[in-house]
Design a protein around this ligand. Sequence first.
Ligand SMILES: [Zn+2]
Length: 314
Amino acid sequence: MAWKRFRKKKDMPGGLWIKCPNCDAMLFNKELARNLHVCTDCQHHFPISARQRVAMTVDEGSFHEESPDLWAIDRLNFVDKESYAAKLEKSMKKSGSSEAAIYGCCTIEGQPLVLCVLDFSFIGGSMGCVVGEKVTRAVELATEKNLPVVVISASGGARMHEGALSLMQMAKTSVAIARHAEKGGLYISVLTNPTTGGVMASFAALGDVVVAEPAALIGFAGPRVIQETLRQQLPEGFQRSEFLLDHGFLDKIIPRGEMRRSLANFLRYFWRYKETEVLAADGWQAPNFPGDDEEETKAEAEKGEEETKAEAKS
Ligand SMILES: [Zn+2]
């Protein structure tokens, strides 16, 4: 293997290789990027930024970001190891975004939608006022434009630096989704590693379709906290995508390489369904396909004839 040429770690040119945390394989960075940041040996899904996620999901050049200049205010003058204000500034510089969420209109395989993506590298993808506002705006934009909305989550939960204000975002985002649903809109929630806390307890769990990447940590409190509280050994794979699928919490697990195609398929099903709905409202009836129960159709036709006769007599 090529990497064996480097005897010591310091012999390796910096930034060219990365070690897979799951299987210890040495991976060539460029190769890893070509494989959508998924380990070629064990399929471990590496964390990616919101902008990388957008780039690999939507049609090239179709994403038009909305509200890129919303940023958080340090209302509580919160300080832990460093001040919240300093933390915000550092994260902004690192990520090139003003907050832990970006949203906008785009297309996937030519189909329009509103997409919102959370960025875990920005203070753990936590939901403060701005993230809550952006998710809400994304959903409301979709409702207004009659478009489906997809939210791709990666978050440690509500942002404690903003206290109760961050918890209020749970209600705000949920209400926007309920209104979207009332108008017959589609909402697809995509859960990636990790999706926990207040995000999982609000909008991330409310999708008409809820899908996840493989082996993603999904839950409210983390497994360590639960284990310490219950003083019980948790089952293997607890709170991972596969466990949640087995227990009916997820609709599907979709590897990163298939996500774009799968989302496009969901959107196509949705538009087909909408088409039938519109046509039906116009008096259109679905045709009988081969394999439909013929006797039932016959009986219905006879019943219809009788009714017409009865009407004619009266
Ligand atoms: Zn690996």
